[in-house]
Design a protein around this ligand. Sequence first.
Ligand code: FES
Length: 1020
Amino acid sequence: MNIELAINGASYQQSTTASESLLSALRRLGYYGVKFGDEHGLTGADTILMDGKPVNAGLILAAQAEGHAIVTIEGLGQVPDQGWKKTEGLHPLQQAFIETGAIQCGYCTPAQILAAKALLDRNFNPTEVEVREAISGVLCRCTGYTKPIQAVLRAAAVLRGEPVKSEQLSVLSGIAAALDMPPTEGLLTDNGPLVTTQVAPKIVVAPEVKPYQVVGKPEVKVDAVKLAQGKPAFAADIELRGMLHAKVLHSPHAHARIKKIDVSKARALPGVAAVLTWHDIPRVVYSTAGQSDPIPGPLDSFSLDNKVRFVGDRVAFVAAEMPEIAEQALHLIDVEYELLPALFDSTEAMKPGAPILHDESEYVPFAVCDPQKNLAAEIRIDIGDVEKGFAEADEIFEAEYFVPKVQQAHIEPHVVVTYWDEDDRLVIRTSTQVPFHVRRQLAPVLGLPVKRIRVIKPRIGGGFGGKQEILIEDVAAHLTIATGRPVLFEYSREEEFTASRSRHPMRIRMKTGVKRDGTMTANEMYILSDTGAYGCHALTVTGNTGQKSMALYVGDGDYRKSPNIRFYADIVYTNHTPSGAYRGYGVPQGFWAVERHMEKIARALGLDPLEFRLENAIHPGEFHPFSTAWNEGREPHPETIHTVGLEECVRQGKAAIGWDEKYGNPNWHVGTGSPRPGAGVLRPNRKGIGVAMVMQGTAIPYLDMGGASIKMNDDGSFNLLVGATDLGTGSDTVLAQMAAEVLGVPTEDILVYSSDTDFTPFDKGAYASSTTYISGAAVVKAAQEVAERIKARVAKMLKVARLQVEGSPVEVPHVEDNLEISNFQLSNRRVIAPDGRSVTLEQVALESLHHSDQEQIMGVASYVSSSSPPPFAAQFAEVTVDTETGAVKVDKLVMVVDGGVIVNPLTASGQVEGGMTQALGYAVCEEMLYGEKGQPFAKDFDRYHIFRADEMPALETIFVETFEPSHPFGVKAVAEIPMDGVAPAVGNAILDAVGVNIDENPVTPEKVWMALKATTDQHR
Ligand code: FES
């Protein structure tokens, strides 16, 4: 049928079907700012305005939109300077989102801006609560909502005609200075719940930090302007002639052999271009974990197999002209299964007689690994003499802890487009964190040499480790090979929950020996980790769990010199959805156990929980205890930790949360009570405060490598090409800032491109908190190379030219001098000689490209690190517990991070806010549950709850800088550490509030209520 749509003031004649959604119709018309997030409108990524009201375009039929005024993000505003044609510029909301750092991956940004516009169109002066409510229908997994809320309040002020200040950083030069600062101030305009917003974090700067020109400044993200306009920047924002749509038939059974599969009816369906089963493609074993060569894990996966190992495993691939036809074809595939006994309990996995998941002859083991015992990996690490340490202890504390399976829940699903180019090379345009690993690992699976594959990574709508998996690229690629046509494959939200990867659930047993004065004498951790049906990241995630969380506490005195630590783990297969990489990479699991355990020990011995931890924590100058024993299955290298800002983190955090006034104060713990429904009585509330100390790593030493190339353009700007993958973290911006600092230009003169395996240098990808440190060091080296070439050229130019002295209106003759180029400075787009003469970078570029001794000034560099300097943090939480229902309300989270020198406070604090928010879900509500036949319970954001804007506690971020000597700008990592401390800090705060220990997260009301009831029953 033909319909007429009124979009952004223009009229479109569009042919549609009776079932086509408005989302699909808009995207077909090129309005790519409207995004797919899920089938039910629960992410709100598909929000548009219809007659001024926010609606979900995915839930409305295109035909229903006829006669209504539709506004998409593309209708709001554009960059004012479009060559000779000027526009009215960006809308104040777009501008505010850019300026406040409210855009991380940017996938939710168009929807948030439109939802906010609907509010501001009717209310120029909203309260913060009203703003939170207005955007609560748009889920964001990146930001923690702090900066988007402030962006809307800022835009409202602009629309009211009020002046707005540019963001001021609370930058402090002395480490004690932050303690004297006033409490967090926000733009509070409401009388609602206690919620504060602050865009710029407090920073206690490292004394070694020089006054940099660009590094350390809250620069606008290099991609913010395009993302605020909803430009077609993401993998699916592309239309190719003849593009097919792919769908996958998933297994309804947890463990079964495919006896027969009949696809004849599906192939015969008009519009179906290909149906592939395990009969049709080569049987090549591989690992879906995107990691460096050799893959540190078993090879145990096939694109399609004759066996399925979890509910959601792959059975067949279909490509059709339309998604609806592909879906229909799935129902026409007849599969006869032979059901096999299934394994759901990790404690049963290694017992004799347990069902064996991997009996295929092609299985390739790695390190200690035994598929006959369902053992995907094993770890045995002994440091010092643990038994001696236990023998010397006054007290031994033992306990068992549990952590659940949780989902990365990036708002952009996994999505890929594949096609043959004109040179018969396969192009894979994909939402991946690891483009180079995708190319290398898929080449044998597809029967193509690496050189005939090109992987393009456009903008990514969040990854959080979920896109470190090579999960969908082979599906589209096989179908493109089969049909010769472009193929788009996008996961549904249900597939994200049922056929993607998730965090490893673990049972963690702790045993700790302590003297009565609080000195730890030995520490032991045993983990039983459930890798699910495939062993992707099995060894490395669980290895990280022990390596990072057990390294923090080494003991004091002689124990500090020779710590006694044991870390054993078995990582077993079960018929659950496979586990994989998720931000934090095993460390949040470890710290749930370690930090709950430390709290219990401190309380049992009557010790101050902060002092007890600090007394046993690692110090600068000491070896990372695990560096002598473990390196992800490779040769270990002893490594000294140079910087530990933990003590200062604790000092700042205590002041920010008011620890001294609250901890141990019985009056403060008595809450005000919450109303009992239907009665005038208040239910008794109790308040509690808790802490957790954490550390992470920064990249994998001797393995992670990043490359960068920089070339100079005619106008003195630079192209920076990096293989590093910005997932929305702001890494492109941070890398541009480092290049800009070295080259003496503003960040806007650095044009970043990342990443494309054909054009950008190799990079191991975005994981292990490594981009700023590893790729950043490569960028600095490349920029230094360019700077040297520029200086050498300027030296030549100064010898033959009459040039302007800096700041002088007259030209002076050159002097035959011996210019020492190491004293040249690059600053403010100029090269300044020691005698004051200067040359602009544009002059240098024109000279080198056009005038004499022509050359392309460029630099290429790579960097691999010999160390993995850990960031540290103190995480504080304040909670209120309803003692009748067990409901826990987290009131405030304060995180103080030593992440080395902070290159961009806005993007770094955005990382911490977003990380704390994800970690809050891990603490109190997120969990993937399964039925007795292995069927997943959560298939959407209704049954799997992630935090909305109107549910957030107050968040505060403080950075305590240290200068990491192994990096030119002193940086360490920030991205993963916010995931580690929230859950144990909340668990400890609950213990502080009501005296019960919950050893299994998330701490749901039911668990708290049961624990309270058990305590009450005990005292009867
Ligand atoms: S910025 Fe909101 S989902 Fe990424």
